[in-house]
Design a protein around this ligand. Structure first.
Ligand code: SF4
Length: 326
């Protein structure tokens, strides 16, 4: 089986946007690929170096979300990045050969600086995070990295770094990773913006039913539909993408027609959705509650999987040392 690598930063509990934007795909990939999924806690430090206190607990929470949705150690290798120091060695060595201009032109570098303008990101770690990301991927010789279209430049950069290494040291050590383009379902947040924890507009996978119901009931709708008697347009309504994911074809047709001719109220429309979302989240939350009691230490739980990741990474770094003759 070809190998896949992907990772998430431990920034807290996951929401529906994470699930349909990435996790859903990760779960499916486990069937056809050998998957290495990492908890990128060093990456969390690149933008959050001043407040690292939550990273440990966030690591556990991320693991709980993974396990309760179906990403697990029976099917995949799950590991914590900082527990595998080989990543740091490879990051340092790749840092020696990566031109600064390549990093400065990474599209997300300027975008994230603008998005997180309230944070001081003028640090080397933030500029260099694509090199760390490259070492995360190529240390496992991953053939594929599942990404959305906006992340393709990162995989391209990884490929450039690999090629530069091979040319400089005249030895093929790494697999050149390829982007595995995935269609990501984008769920808007409750306020219509991108679903994000920093906007406080998310439905979390671990939210209790009362909270889910309240959040969805108060979610913004088509702003032109001010009264029940006003016709609306599902195309302009942040609620409709949820129907696209959760509702049946008949329900979608009913909602679309009812919205356009004002035959259905927004609350009735949302009720159909709330039932689906609650049914979807119930088994996840049930499993999560049990696991939360059982797993008090993520490192302990991941020990075997972490060992396998460590051995794979160590093999690659040994070949790197040999190529550099150091
Ligand atoms: S009826 Fe449904 S799709 Fe139409 S505006 Fe209201 S919530 Fe949105």
């Amino acid at each position: 089986m070809k190998r896949v690598f992907s990772a998430m930063r431990p920034t807290g509990r996951l929401h529906l946007g994470h699930y349909f934007g990435a996790l859903d795909n990760w779960i499916k990939l486990q069937k056809d690929y050998e998957c290495f999924y990492g908890i990128a806690d060093w990456h969390a430090l690149t933008t959050n170096f001043e407040a690292p206190d939550d990273i440990r607990e966030n690591t556990r929470q991320l693991l709980l979300d993974w396990l309760s949705t179906g990403v697990n150690t029976e099917k995949s290798v799950l590991f914590v990045q900082s527990k595998n120091l080989a990543h740091a060695e490879l990051y340092l060595l790749l840092g020696m050969i990566t031109p600064v201009a390549w990093l400065e032109r990474t599209p997300t570098y300027k975008e994230m600086q603008a998005e997180l303008s309230h944070k001081d990101l003028a640090n080397y770690g933030f500029l260099g995070y694509p090199v760390l990301m490259t070492s995360d991927i190529i240390i496992y010789n991953a053939a594929y990295v599942p990404v959305g279209i906006d992340q393709v430049p990162h995989v391209e950069l990884s490929r450039e770094i690999v090629r530069r290494f091979h040319t400089l040291y005249n030895k093929e050590v790494f697999v050149e990773p390829q982007a595995l383009l995935t269609k990501q379902a984008k769920l808007p947040g409750l306020d219509g913006r991108k679903m994000s924890k920093s906007y406080d507009n998310s439905v979390m996978l671990s939210d209790i039913p009362e909270v889910v119901e309240k959040k969805l009931k108060t979610m913004v709708t088509d702003t032109n539909r001010k009264k029940r008697s006003d016709p609306g347009d599902p195309e302009c309504c942040p609620v409709y993408p949820y129907h696209d994911i959760f509702s049946t074809e008949d329900e979608k047709a009913e909602v679309t027609a009812g919205c356009k001719n004002a035959g259905i109220g927004c609350l009735d429309c949302k009720k159909i959705l709330i039932n689906h979302v609650l049914a979807f989240l119930a088994p996840i939350r049930e499993k999560r509650t049990r696991l939360e009691r059982e797993i008090t230490d993520a490192d302990e739980y991941l020990a075997d999987s972490q060992k396998k990741a460590g051995e794979e990474a160590e093999k690659t770094v040994a070949a790197v040392r040999e190529a550099i003759k150091i």
